[in-house]
Design a protein around this ligand. Sequence first.
Ligand code: ADP
Ligand code: ZN
Length: 783
Amino acid sequence: MTAPAAANLFGDPDDRPAPPVPTRTATRFADIVFDRPLDHAYTYAVPDHLAAVGPGKRVEVPFGRGSKPTPGFCVRVTDQPPARDEVKAVTRVLDDDALVDDHVMKLTRWMADYYLCGWGQVLHAVVPAGVRENAGTRQAVFVEPVGTDRLPNPLPTVSPRQKAALEYAKEEGRPLELGRLARLAKCGPGVVAGLVKKGLLRKFSERVESQNPPVATGGLSEEVATAHSPAIELNPDQVRVWDEFRGALAGGGYHPFLLHGVTGSGKTEIYLRAIEEVVRQGKEAIVLVPEISLTPQTIERFRGRCGNLAVLHSHLTDAERGAYWRRVAAGHIQVVVGARSAVFAPTRKLGLIVIDEEHENSFKQESTPRYHARDVAVMRARLEGIPIVMGSATPSLESWANAGKGAYTLLTLPKRVEDRPLPPVRVIDLRHEPRPAGKHSAIGPTLEAAMKAALRDKGQVILLLNRRGFSTHVHCPACGHVAQCQNCDLAVTFHRARAALVCHYCGWETAPFQQCPACQQAIRYQGLGTEKLEVEIGEKFPGHVCRRMDSDTMSKPGSHQRVLDAFRDGLVHILVGTQMIAKGLDFPNVTLVGVVNADVGLHLPDFRSAERTFQLLAQVAGRAGRGDKGGQVLVQTFTPDHPCITLAAKHDYAEFAARELVHRKEYRYPPYERLARLIVRSEKAEAAAAFADQLAGAFQEAIKRVTADAERRDATGTRPPPVRLLGPAECPVYRLNNFYRFHFQIQSEQSAVLHEVLRTVLAVVRPPSGVEFQVDVDAYSMM
Ligand code: ADP
Ligand code: ZN
């Protein structure tokens, strides 16, 4: 054992990190950031032979006390020496080309500041793994004939085989892979290597794609592009919107637009024209859509009109993602369509960003960096000096308020195209619905009759129930025991197809049981999920085909599309599902949309629950009556007077927004105040509680100090906006995944003050071992 240990200890001299050098002996320095929650960059000397070090490239450097070889991103190169006597030196450069350009560099810097995480963490998250690891590429060795002016003198003699190989290489007229040349000349690689040695062929290596780019890239020719383009004549509302937008495109510069248009009002047509215009100018466009909207139907609309398209969705392999990234960076792609992370696409001349369904929560990333793609996109548009359009039928109240203040220009499409009416919505009060004796059913008599009528007239039906599983409430009527997750403070849901009780938060499963573990009485399986609803439909509508779409049935890539295709072809009559079916679908034959229980999600402890319910109802209602047959919407609810239900029934977004904003202002919630949520968690409840108290105390102190400093600085004596702290308290889901969780919020009208407080505290507090905390700026999840 001694020998290997000694070898490890002393190693190969080249592997040993170089010791620090005196700062004055170096002339160039690089600032490096790491994939860690560190708030500053580290300066290293750049040795002369590593002149390739540059911003946006990754390097390997000795890091920490043990000088462990560690990859990091170079963010700056300078000849200004750091104020230190010694610096360590960069060991290796890992990329040939910069992975991020100047604008995205600035964008990630802003993200690190705003979302309070390490710059290196942001860069790490922004550059896909497939790019970092060069997935889908390989190092290839090429040869080409040496130019006549560089030929050795005297010319060396060559063997007949070498002569033949040389002829092939000359005929080719461009570099050939060494192995390929050998195959063409029917010789061994040694023959070619001999030519290199004799100075007749030049050898070099280069990284190449190991396979052709994935099919979906679809490089469409100009012809196809025009052939697909339908000659749609804009209606007067679209003309008004397009004129204003075109002005911004022609004028250039940063210009944010909020496009509020009811479902089916022709928003996408506006995006398409804008993209065509941008592509005509020789620039590129990024289109962000929720992951769920990345359907072939959506993609086709873009593909037919706008040059080369890259589609970035979550089912891509690392290699595919890497290939797209490189194609975008090389300027081969004009339009990038994708979910959240497409906002970082390495375009070269970005001319426009489009965000469809800008209100969607899926634009918020729920892990570090906890960014909101819409807000990052607005910042990117500002840094690049380009227009950005955010579209929705139900804009987020944040964007709506920004439009109200004039920060965004509001454009509206108040009517559906071709004067198609918005469907009438009927609210059904479940408290007064007659219940056919004995049997509890999810579909009340009114909804059932409407479904029968719609199906009889050869229409199709969409039923929304935003809760998956079979029974959502598994309990003992005798002692009140509720079946709970072993790791979380949450009731489990019975899934019949899987024959399991499942926790929807952490995925824990257990076999269903029939006897109460506490009192041995019979367990009751109650509460309604999509799985049970599907069974009820089967009983009530025999002879009609029903398909369910929720994350249980749609986990495989392509399953989503198969169901939608069957629905479009009329092979499926009733489509039932969770919010998955509420968005974006355009099926003209849908004459009835039913909402089985509008109250799911309305009473959650979250200030956005009314907004989300309104959005969901408005979106699902938008699926009805898109064709010539017209259509209607039926909403079953126990709270028929709740404004988010009555106003969704009237398709009155503006009124809903106005009322909800009054409420938000009164309770000082976003968009009137900025909010950061802090979550403390530990497997030990007391440890979490103690640190939450300590952290909250540190915030109280910081709030006092920052406020006092601001007052002192301000000569006019105006007070800075107050910073409030709410909590700490147990999280609504107190125990999650075996962690006990506490949270609190800090809020202020002004982001600057809020961030100053956050930075002050985060710079000094460290949680004890076994305790973690997270900061979520502009938090969306309140659970
Ligand atoms: P939105 O994005 O607002 O839901 P779309 O742009 O998808 O609306 O338009 C809905 C449908 O109407 C699409 O099939 C689209 O091709 C069509 N459409 C859009 N604009 C017009 C128009 N001016 N005249 C006729 N049809 C139109
Ligand atoms: Zn759980």
